[in-house]
Design a protein around this ligand. Structure first.
Ligand code: ATP
Ligand code: MG
Length: 190
């Protein structure tokens, strides 16, 4: 699984998921857009349905990729511990892998019930330009660090580009560019 705000989903997310799926021979990657991201309460996050639909648009053509509404439908702030418990309930016997970029991995101990997370999933930290990938003191064997093709793309940068009228073609999938335009997202990012 790969959790994120996906505001918007971009090719950095997709390359990371595709690379990890190949390296770890995963059956499936489930993208889980957050409900209310409590660590991003300082900025306006796009409506959950817009972020969910962009994630669906971006992943629809890949038979290995799917999108879960789990965090969105639970309501309230999103905690990864709840996401993992829900996915376990949905995919009973499956081994869960949690894919996270270097920046998010380094903050993992600020997440709720951090210690319990490692009983529920194997963590895979991926390289991300501008961030150092390191095990932030996770249990031995509980985390793998892998190098993925470097795409210096962030959702923040995409939003800023759209707000300035700059292109995001080829940073996000074509369908996502069109969806952003259709819904007039990110026109005035604060
Ligand atoms: P924002 O700028 O709004 O924080 P973001 O680009 O960081 O957006 P998120 O939705 O916050 O995207 O990230 C979801 C997950 O994807 C996180 O684990 C993050 O580390 C990872 N990720 C995001 N962009 C990349 C990238 N270019 N390469 C590798 N991992 C990435
Ligand atoms: Mg981020």
């Amino acid at each position: 699984m790969m959790g994120g705000t996906f505001d918007p989903i971009h090719n950095g997310h997709l390359v990371a998921a595709s690379e990890v799926a190949s390296l770890f021979r995963l059956d499936e990657v489930v993208f889980v857009p957050t409900g209310q991201p409590w660590q991003k309460s300082d900025r306006k996050v796009s409506a959950a349905e817009d972020r969910y639909l962009m994630t669906v648009i971006a992943t629809a053509s890949n038979p290995q990729f799917s999108v879960s509404r789990s965090d969105i439908d639970r309501g309230g702030p999103t905690f990864t511990i709840d996401t993992l418990r829900d996915l376990h309930a949905e995919h009973g016997e499956a081994d869960l892998f949690f894919i996270t970029g270097a920046d998010a991995l380094s903050q993992i101990f600020s997440w709720r019930n951090a210690q319990d997370l490692f009983d529920l999933a194997h963590f895979i930290g991926v390289t991300r330009p501008g961030h150092t990938l390191a095990n932030p003191g996770l249990p031995e064997g509980g985390v793998s660090l892998v190098e993925v093709p470097a795409l210096a793309i962030s959702s923040s940068d995409c939003r800023e580009r759209v707000s300035k009228g700059e292109p995001v073609w080829y940073l996000v999938p074509d369908g996502v560019v069109r969806y952003i335009n259709k819904r007039a997202l990110y026109r005035d990012v604060g």
